[in-house]
Design a protein around this ligand. Structure first.
Ligand code: NAD
Length: 278
């Protein structure tokens, strides 16, 4: 059910690769709620994924940009302002990638060139988006910017690897830039810390299915789905949350406040049932 929460609002969505992507669901929901959007991704992801069809179906501009390139971002922001006929109101940063994860380099044997790329793509790109947008004065007052994060920024999660460091930096950038952008232009910046969700990026993590199952058993409300993430994101783009800024907002069914749940303990105990050493 749509509420027209984003009627008259305009925004840029980074990171829709295919119909599993969190950004894809958020883009769909933005349209449903009355927003006008511009989609962007890297030229490679545009070729590989299904975002071209998505853009064509909804008659939306799709502007290629590598989010680590200030030149690409400048072009993207300028073209978006031209398309919208003025400033815009929201941005979604839904970008993550680690070559250490992809190439299965463990955290105590990291490739440092890969680490630089992880940080640049998954965290510093957020700063580049913010700085570029601010310098071009491209956003309306009371605009809203959201990036997607994960609880591994605060708690060590097995196999999340250098992405944990990237998420910690991402969340810090939201606070540091949130102060300046809020003070000077009344623009808010938050991160949503989402439950593990089956997507292309998520699937790169070793043992991801078990992680999803564990998180679900630990969370009193169960894992938050991609559609629910989109719903939450819409509220943050809407005028209903104008004084929420510089926050990392957990959207995880309660996982981040749990220590041990009955359902998880029950499953854990099963592993002892046939254990002769117990
Ligand atoms: N899936 C999960 O379990 C989960 C949980 C919490 C947070 N997140 C975060 O959500 C965000 C979206 O991930 P997803 O799970 O939807 O996976 P996804 O693979 O669908 O999206 C990742 C996107 O990042 C884009 N990207 C990579 N390098 C880029 C670059 N240099 N410039 C611009 N874009 C680039 C990819 O093209 C892709 O569209 C990521 O930040 C991820 O860490 C995911």
């Amino acid at each position: 059910m749509a509420y027209n929460l984003l009627k008259g609002k305009k925004g840029i969505i980074f990171g829709a690769l295919n119909d599993m992507s969190l950004a894809w669901k958020i883009a769909e929901k933005c349209i449903e709620e009355g927003a006008e959007i511009v989609l962007t991704n890297t030229p490679l992801s545009i070729r590989m994924g299904g975002v071209q069809e998505f853009a064509a179906k909804h008659n939306i501009p799709l502007i290629p940009a590598d989010a680590t390139s200030v030149e690409d971002l400048t072009n993207l922001v300028n073209q978006s302002v031209e398309h919208f006929g003025g400033k815009f109101d929201f941005i979604l940063h839904s970008i993550g990638m680690s070559l250490n994860v992809r190439k299965k380099k463990p955290y105590d044997d990291l490739d440092y060139d890969f680490l630089q790329k992880t940080l640049d793509i998954s965290a510093i790109s957020f700063h580049k988006v913010l700085q570029t947008t601010k310098k071009l004065d491209a956003m309306n007052e009371w605009g809203s910017i959201v990036a997607l994060s994960y609880v591994a920024a605060q708690r060590t999660m097995y196999e999340y690897n250098d992405m944990a460091d990237a998420k910690a930096v991402l969340e810090s950038i939201a606070r540091s830039f949130g102060y300046i952008y809020g003070r000077e232009r009344k623009i808010r910046i938050n991160t949503i810390s989402q439950s593990p969700t089956l997507t292309t990026a998520g699937n790169g993590i070793k043992g991801f299915d078990s992680l999803v199952d564990f998180a679900d058993r630990m969370s009193p409300l169960g894992n938050a789905t991609a559609d629910e993430c989109a719903d939450y994101c819409i509220t943050l783009f809407s005028d209903l949350t104008r004084k929420v800024t510089m926050q990392n907002l957990f959207h995880d069914g309660g996982f981040s406040s749990m220590g041990m749940s009955c359902r998880a303990m029950h499953q854990y105990n099963k592993s002892f049932e046939n254990d002769d050493n117990k």
